[in-house]
Design a protein around this ligand. Structure first.
Ligand code: DAH
Length: 513
């Protein structure tokens, strides 16, 4: 314990020591008095007090007090008399004055006259009868007697620095004056009180010397070596420092960039596509029949402007139509319906990033490895799991000999790099065969959760595009991934700009230090 005390004493600033001594000698002394006694400024006293208080050596309390003084008008009234008094003075000789003569008889202006008449009536000093102001008995009585509010005016006039309290004899007058506009000035003054706490008592009992300590060394002190004989105050390197919240990327952005980095390191090139796309690329190119549920208005945003999109080359459109209707030469019988160009022309906000893959296949040479990350749009109602706008990532590999095994291998590698163990289960998508869904293992929940779809593009997708080499493709939602990594239970947190969460969310792989 005494070692602690000695350490605390060694780390005390000279002003802290001075303040403690002052408080010991004059308990309850005000900061300004302490400052003048010690010959330091009040600011230094306050900062020393704050520092002592943070170490539980003293206690700092503050009270806010109101200080009353006279305004400019108030001071004028105090000198010349309140307007009603000035009229009463004139009335006490004449007994009555006609309203129209009020200004000339009393030297009062119109505005003041109104105030004066109001108060004359309220105080019952005068009555107004057919335009004539007549003094009352009460008025006579007050002609040579000060009213309560006038006493307060006098009191404030001699107490120029303001008054905090009025004794009982002045209380009524004070109340009366506060009811009048522009007479009293009210200022708030904060008063600080210091009290030595047990730890402070102990320090004082232990004793210390007050000696100037070096804070900043000068060039001379260093050159001449006098720094060696100076007294230094030790620092507490374990003292708590304020937490600094540095600017950083949004957690979602962190994941997106990480995913991009993984793909780029695996030799994929990036294609981000467009938010507005034709139903042709978003659905038809993926062999999704035109009456497919996902195309319904309640699932997809259709645009008014542009209402339609251009279709690609005639050959591609024709082949796509044929494949949907009969299967063409893909080995299947298609969906057996009349394919409509108008439906394919509709413009939509892309519902997934998979349409980017088919367009990319059509527009680029094989072999290729492509990925895309971006927003997709679906008519979802907001809840803890769903947003109408979210992010997907999509990967595509096309080339000679690409197989389902490559797909599983690529996914394993991809998830491993994100820090997850993955397993696969069979799935169905209109555009892939074989198809699978990836599940990752969540330690905290001790369960597997589904993260994305994948598969080998069907001949019905590849053939119309003129692709003769196999292609694997996979896609997944990014918000889901972010929720898992950052332990977020409600997807909306990712878009709320909740400053506390943003400050605290760790930027590494979710490992809290
Ligand atoms: N497009 C699918 C979705 O939005 C995900 C998906 C499934 C992407 C299979 C693919 C795939 O590339 O092959 O849920």
């Amino acid at each position: 314990m005494s070692e602690d005390i000695e350490k605390t004493i060694r780390e005390l600033h000279i002003y802290e020591k001075i303040l403690l001594k002052e408080l010991e000698a004059n308990p309850g002394e005000r900061p300004s008095k302490i400052a003048s006694n010690a010959g330091i400024d009040v600011k230094s006293v306050m900062s020393a007090a704050g520092s002592l208080a943070s170490k539980d050596i003293i206690e700092m309390r503050k009270d806010v007090e109101k200080v009353y003084s006279l305004t400019k008008d108030g001071l004028e009234y105090a000198e010349k008399g309140l307007p009603e008094r000035r009229i009463l003075n004139a009335l006490s000789g004449k007994k009555e004055i006609h309203m129209k003569d009020l200004a000339s008889e009393t030297g009062i202006d119109k505005k003041e006259a109104n105030i004066a008449l109001g108060w004359l009536r309220r105080k019952n000093w005068a009555q107004i009868d057919k335009g004539v102001v007549k003094i009352t008995d009460v008025g006579e009585d007050y002609a040579d007697k000060e009213d309560v509010d006038e006493k307060v005016l006098d009191f404030l006039k001699v107490n120029e620095n303001g008054v905090k309290q009025f004794n009982d004899s002045l209380k009524d007058g004070f109340k009366k004056l506060t009811g009048r506009k522009n007479i009293l000035n009210i200022q708030k003054e904060t008063l600080h009180f210091f009290k030595i706490l047990p730890k402070g008592e102990e320090i004082l009992k232990h004793g210390f010397t007050i000696k100037e300590q070096a804070t900043q060394l000068t060039h001379e002190q260093l050159k001449e070596g006098t720094w060696k004989s100076l007294e230094y105050r030790p620092y507490d390197i374990n003292a708590e420092a304020p937490v600094v919240f540095a600017g950083k990327k949004h957690p979602l952005r962190v994941i997106i960039d990480e995913i991009r980095e993984i793909f780029l390191n695996m030799g994929f090139s990036e294609d981000n596509g467009e938010y507005v796309e034709s139903a042709f690329w978003n659905f038809d190119s993926l062999f999704q029949p035109q009456d497919h549920a996902a195309r319904e208005m309640q699932d997809t945003f259709y645009l008014k402007n542009p209402l339609t999109c251009d279709l690609p080359d005639d050959d591609l459109v024709k082949l796509t139509a044929e494949t949907h209707e009969t299967g063409a030469d893909t080995g299947s019988i298609g969906w057996q319906y009349d394919w409509s160009e108008d439906i394919a022309r509709q413009s939509v906000l892309r519902t997934h990033t998979t349409g980017i893959s088919t367009k990319h296949l059509y527009e680029h040479d094989q072999p290729m490895k492509m990925f895309s990350v971006g927003r997709v749009f679906r008519r979802e109602t907001f809840d803890y799991k769903h947003l109408p706008e979210f992010h997907q990532v999509e990967g595509l590999v096309c080339g000679e000999g690409i197989s389902y095994q490559n797909l599983l291998g690529t996914l394993k590698e991809f998830y491993k790099k994100l820090g997850f163990e993955v397993r696969f289960r069979p799935a169905y998508f209109p555009y892939t065969y074989l198809s699978t869904e990836s599940e990752i293992y969540l330690e905290e929940k001790e369960s597997w959760i589904e993260l994305g779809g994948a598969g080998m593009f069907r001949p019905e997708v590849l053939k119309p595009l003129g692709i003769n080499q196999p292609a694997l493709a996979f896609g997944m939602g990014i918000e889901r991934l972010a929720m898992i990594r950052y332990g977020v239970e409600d997807i909306r947190m990712l878009y709320k700009s909740d400053i506390n969460w943003l400050r605290e969310v760790p930027l590494d792989k979710g490992v809290r230090l």
